[in-house]
Design a protein around this ligand. Structure first.
Ligand code: HEC
Length: 169
C-alpha cells in the first residue's frame, strides 16, 4: 500500500477526480467527462453476487445468537474482524451506486430513493464499525435490512417471501 508506485497512481487518480468534479463545482467550465458504463451484469447478478454476500457479512457480524453455551456475541473482536466488515459495508454503499446506474435503474423515482438508502446504510455501517460502536453497527444493519425489504416489496414482492426466512435476526 505504501509503495511509491501506489502513491503515484493514487495521486493521479485523485487529481483526475478533482478535475472531473470541477465542471460541476465552478461556473468557469472545463473538461466535461462523459462516463460510459458496462451494465452487462443484471440486477439479479448484482443482488446475488455483490450486494447480498456483503450484506450477509454485516448481518452475520452483528447482534448475538443463543447457543448451547448461552448468548454468543457476533460482533468482531479483532481489528482484522472490524476491517473486514468495514470493507463489506463499503461494498454495500457502492452497490447503491451500481443500482442507480443508467441501464440498471428501473425508474427515476422510488428506485433512486432505495438506492440512496443502500448508500446511506452502508456508510452508517462503515462509520459505526470504524468507531467499533456495536449498537450503531447493529442499527445500520437493521436500516439496511429495511431498505432491502422496501425495495423488494415495491419491485418484486415474490423475492420478499423467499428472503425473509433466511435473514430474520
Ligand atoms: C433498489 C431496489 C433494490 C434494493 C435496494 C435491493 N434489491 Fe434485491 N432485488 C431487487 C429486484 C428488482 C430484484 C429482482 C430482480 C429480478 O428478478 O429481475 C431483486 C432480487 C434480489 C434477490 C434474488 C436474486 C435471485 O437469485 O433471484 C436477492 C437475494 C436480493 N435481491 C437481495 C437483496 C439484499 C440482501 C438487499 C439489501 C442488502 C437488496 N436485495 C436490496 C431490487 C432491490
Amino acid at each position: 500500500m505504501n509503495s511509491p508506485i501506489f502513491r503515484m497512481l493514487l495521486l493521479t487518480t485523485l487529481s483526475g477526480l478533482i478535475l472531473s468534479c470541477s465542471p460541476q463545482d465552478s461556473e468557469s467550465g472545463g473538461t466535461v467527462v462523459e462516463s460510459t458504463f458496462n451494465t452487462t451484469l443484471g440486477i439479479v447478478e448484482i443482488m446475488s453476487m455483490v450486494l447480498e454476500p456483503a450484506a450477509d457479512s454485516l448481518w452475520d457480524n452483528a447482534g448475538w445468537i443463543e447457543s448451547a453455551a448461552g448468548y454468543e456475541e457476533l460482533y468482531p473482536t479483532t481489528d482484522e474482524g472490524w476491517d473486514y466488515v468495514i470493507a463489506q459495508a463499503a461494498v454495500v454503499a457502492e452497490s447503491g451506486n451500481l443500482l442507480a446506474l443508467p441501464g440498471r435503474a428501473l425508474d427515476n423515482d422510488a428506485w433512486m430513493v432505495y438506492s440512496q438508502g443502500m448508500i446511506d446504510a452502508g456508510l452508517m455501517a462503515m462509520d459505526a464499525a470504524k468507531r467499533r460502536h456495536e449498537e450503531d453497527f447493529f442499527q445500520a444493519g437493521a436500516q439496511l435490512y429495511s431498505v432491502c425489504r422496501a425495495c423488494h416489496q415495491s419491485y418484486n414482492p415474490d423475492i420478499l417471501s423467499r428472503f425473509v426466512e433466511d435473514d430474520a435476526q
